[in-house]
Unconditional design. Structure first.
Length: 497
């Protein structure tokens, strides 16, 4: 039996007594115990009728069992589909409808709502919760701790990660065992991660960064992880002296820098600070070096491609650049598919084993974004230096990145435009000191008595908190160019803080 991802990430640790996950409640899960727990959960999945190729949806707290569930999904050949815990019931309903999972695993507190959503489609629901009393954990406790790993080849799907899109509909990026494993291997080597490392993990585990970049590299290397529920500055500062690595979004670094306790001495034992998912300001890079004597290593990636480029581990980490294409990954800068002269700005396109298999149930979208020659059109605008170094200079796609979360204005505009009393809206991002960008909505009213508070209440149940506009600006008309297109650049300029 062979299973590409399981054999590389999990099986080698069956006898490894080293610490894998050090959790907030003080419990420490060794690698060997983790492999046994994953097998117990794999047995529960199989008992619940999950078969190879079935999707399992996970909207659950950040727990050791949630990661063991990832291992179990790989071991059973199921497709792991993690969702942001901030998604509302309305959003969840879309994902469940689109992915037709065999099983949904949710936080125990959401079980009633999720069961209601799943009842019609005859989808099973199990729970995980922080007290370890969720039905999945309880069933796993008495399940056998060995499992006959299901055969999976490199091209079989391991995960389905939804990413929002310019059309307003989220797209499920299909990631194969090879996509995940190839990238994890390259990153582990590139960043020289070993079993001696201890990673401070404070990212969510439902996105590429916290799930694949962080977990898969540590699994390959056999490194330890201080598994922290969420960004908690006091906890992170207290863990730094015992750790060697931190992976975060730029907000992590601006928050650390705004705390006087974050010093060069505190960081003396740290060997790697990785930033990604959003642009790291050059001033943050410089301030970080001045404060700690260390340079943040910025890398660039996407849900569809895993990681694409990285600054060097040994060698210049240049502020404002995302480094070089990773081994096995090709990057071209194009204008409508044709490579631009070196140094010119164009769209970043990428090809390699890291690039996904297409969008779930969306063959047309796949054809639009994934060329038949294998290059994926990222929608990011960049330049390539003479030595191959990539800089990101903007985005062709209408997207806001807030604290590392991607937000597509169209999705929010669709919700706003559906509200009785709103004739049209334009959603855009403005600079925000903590989140990089914040979401703002310009709204044209049909019904002048509609207030910002009433709009906010209306969207509360429809959109995850991080997507909800922080401010509503009531306008008589949206600024448009001669073609009738809304000029978001004008709005961004006008309402810049
Ligand atoms: C939280 N809030 C946000 C937000 N995060 N609002 C906008 N954008 C965000 N990112 C809301 C909260 O719900 C709360 O709302 C208010 O803002 C203040 O919350 P907080 O306590 O300050 O936030 P915190 O819990 O500290 O979270 C901030 C954060 C977190 C930046 C630490 O968002 C985070 O961990 N982001 C990482 C996202 C990530 O993993 N991205 C990777 C995607 S993969 P209220 O109304 O209650 O006050 C990818 C590919 C790649 O992009 O290259 O990696
Ligand atoms: P996601 O769709 O959530 O996977 O986010 C991917 C997007 O995040 C990319 O297309 C980029 O726009 C952005 N991104 C990721 N890393 C960086 C980075 N280092 N600098 C700038 N943007 C980044």
């Amino acid at each position: 039996m062979t299973n590409t991802l399981y054999d590389a990430l999990f099986a080698p640790h069956a006898q490894n007594q080293a610490a894998f996950l050090e959790c907030d409640d003080g419990s420490v899960v060794s690698y060997a115990a983790f492999v046994r727990r994953a097998a117990q959960i794999a047995n529960v999945l199989t008992d619940a009728g999950v078969a190879a190729g079935d999707r399992i949806v996970i909207q659950a707290p950040k727990l050791a069992d949630t990661i063991a569930l990832y291992g179990a999904a790989v071991q059973t050949g199921a497709v792991y589909l993690p969702l942001n815990t901030a998604y509302t019931e309305a959003e969840l309903s879309y994902f469940i409808g689109d992915a037709s999972p065999a099983l949904v695993i949710c936080d125990a507190k959401d079980a009633t709502a999720v069961s209601r959503l799943c009842a019609d489609q005859n989808i099973k629901v199990m729970t995980l919760d922080i007290d370890r009393m969720g039905s999945l954990s309880v069933a796993a406790n008495t399940a056998p701790d060995t499992f006959n790993t299901v055969d999976c080849g490199p091209d079989d799907l391991a995960a389905l990660l939804y990413t929002s899109g310019t059309t307003g509909r989220s797209k499920g990026a299909m990631l194969s065992h090879k996509n995940l494993l190839s990238n994890a291997k390259v990153l582990t080597e590139h960043w020289q991660i070993t079993a001696s490392d201890r990673l401070i993990h404070a990212l969510p585990i439902f996105h590429t960064h916290g799930l694949f970049v962080a977990m898969n590299t540590c699994l390959i290397a056999g490194a330890s992880i201080r598994f922290i529920d969420r960004f908690d500055i006091d906890l992170i500062l207290s863990e730094i002296p015992q750790s060697t690595m931190l992976m975060g979004v730029p907000t992590f670094y601006t928050r650390l820098l705004s705390d006087a306790r974050f010093t060069r001495e505190l960081c003396a034992g740290m060997r790697l600070f990785v930033s990604g998912s959003a642009p790291l300001l050059a001033e943050t890079h410089t301030a970080f070096e001045t404060r700690t004597g260390q340079k943040i290593l910025e890398r660039y990636g996407m849900t569809e491609t895993n990681m694409i480029t990285s600054n060097p581990f040994d060698g210049p980490r240049v502020a404002g650049t995302v480094g070089y294409p990773l081994a096995g990954t090709q990057v071209v800068i194009t204008d409508n598919g044709t490579p631009v002269p070196q140094g010119d700005i164009g769209v970043i396109e990428v090809k390699g084993d890291n690039v996904f298999q297409g969008y779930w149930n969306m063959p047309e979208k796949t054809r639009e974004e994934l060329r038949s020659n294998g290059f994926f059109i990222t929608g990011d605008l960049g330049t390539m230096g003479a030595d191959g170094r990539i800089s990101i200079v903007g985005r062709e796609k209408d997207m806001i990145i807030s604290g590392g979360y991607n937000i597509y204005p169209k999705e929010i505009e669709d919700v706003l435009n559906d509200i009785k009393g709103i004739s049209e809206s334009a959603v855009f991002g403005v600079a925000h000191p903590d989140f990089g960008e914040a979401v703002i909505a310009a709204v044209v009213l049909e019904n002048q008595s509609l207030t910002a508070d009433a709009i906010a209440v209306h969207i509360e149940l429809l959109l995850a908190n991080f997507k909800q506009p922080r401010q509503f600006i009531m306008l008589d008309a949206l600024p448009r160019n001669t073609m009738g297109k809304v000029q978001k650049n004008v709005l961004r300029y006008e309402y810049a803080p």
